[in-house]
Design a protein around this ligand. Structure first.
Ligand code: C5P
Length: 236
C-alpha cells in the first residue's frame, strides 16, 4: 500500500512498492514568506513537475547525478529515496531577495563570485542562515559532506548558467537540497521557478516565483515560458 510519507507546501511524497523509490506529486499550491501568503495557481504543479524533470535530466546528462528517475504523470515523478540533509543550499550570482538586506547592495548587482549560503530547513525557526560551525554543532552534515555539497552546487551553477546564457536568461540565484544515498551526496528535491530567480535578459521581465511574492500576476505564464526555454513539454 502506498502511503503519504510527507506533505510540504508545494509537494506530497508517497512511498511506492519499491522501498528505494518515492513518488513525488507536485501541487498547485503557492506559498511565500514562510507560509504567510498562500494561493492555488492552476497548472503550477504540472509545470514544476515538468521543469524539474528537464533540469534534472539536463544535469544528469552533464555528470551531476541526482534523485530523479522518471516522470509518471503530468504532476508526478519517481525519485530515489534518500536520507535528506536538512539544509537549503542557496547559490547567488546577483543580489536579490534576502541578500539585499544582508549586504546592502542593490537588486541586480552582479557579484564578483557566486555566494553560497546554507539555511536550516526548520519552519519554526524561519529557515535561518547557518555557518559551518552551526552546522557542525547541530550535526546536520559532516565537513566532508558540506565540501561536497558546495562543489556540486558550484558545478550546477556553471551548468545552469550555460543553459540560461543560451536562452537569454539571467540566473540570479537558486536553492538546492541534497540527500545521502549509500554514502554518496546526491542532488534532490526540485529545480523550478519556485526555487530559482530567472530574469529575461532583454526585457528584464521576472520569470519566477517573485511574480507571486510581489503580486505581479501571470505567474504560471512565466513558468510556462521557462518550460518552453527548456525545450517544451513533450514528456508524458
Ligand atoms: O529569499 P532568498 O533571496 O534568500 O532566496 C534565494 C533563492 O532561494 C531564491 O531563488 C528563492 O526562490 C530560493 N528559496 C527557495 N526556498 C526557500 C528559500 C529560498 O527555493 N525556502
Amino acid at each position: 500500500m502506498e502511503q503519504l510519507l510527507y506533505e510540504g507546501k508545494a509537494k506530497q511524497l508517497f512511498t511506492t512498492e519499491d522501498p528505494n523509490v518515492l513518488r513525488v506529486k507536485y501541487k498547485d499550491d503557492a506559498t511565500a514568506f514562510n507560509g504567510e501568503k498562500k494561493a492555488k495557481l492552476e497548472g503550477k504543479g504540472e509545470l514544476n513537475n515538468r521543469i524539474t524533470a528537464k533540469f534534472f535530466q539536463y544535469l544528469a546528462e552533464r555528470g551531476i547525478p541526482n534523485h530523479f528517475i522518471k516522470v509518471i504523470s503530468p504532476t508526478e515523478q519517481l525519485v530515489k529515496k534518500m536520507n535528506m540533509i536538512p539544509l537549503e543550499v542557496v547559490v547567488r550570482n546577483r543580489v536579490a531577495g534576502s541578500l539585499i538586506k544582508r549586504i546592502g547592495l542593490s537588486e541586480g548587482f552582479k557579484l564578483s563570485q557566486p555566494i553560497i549560503e546554507f539555511y536550516y530547513k526548520q519552519d519554526e525557526l524561519g529557515d535561518p542562515l547557518l555557518n559551518q560551525d552551526h552546522i557542525a554543532v547541530l550535526e546536520l552534515a559532516t565537513e566532508e559532506q558540506l565540501m561536497e555539497m558546495k562543489k556540486i552546487a558550484k558545478q550546477v551553477n556553471l551548468l545552469l548558467n550555460e543553459w540560461a546564457e543560451q536562452q537569454h536568461i539571467i540566473l540570479v540565484d537558486f536553492k538546492l537540497e541534497f540527500g545521502s544515498l549509500d554514502g554518496k551526496i546526491l542532488l534532490a528535491d526540485e529545480i523550478s521557478p519556485d526555487t530559482c530567480r530567472f530574469w529575461d535578459k532583454q526585457s528584464g521581465e521576472i520569470l519566477d516565483k517573485d511574480r507571486f511574492r510581489k503580486d505581479l500576476g501571470q505567474v504560471t505564464d512565466a513558468y510556462q515560458e521557462i518550460l518552453l526555454r527548456l525545450g517544451g513539454n513533450e514528456d508524458v
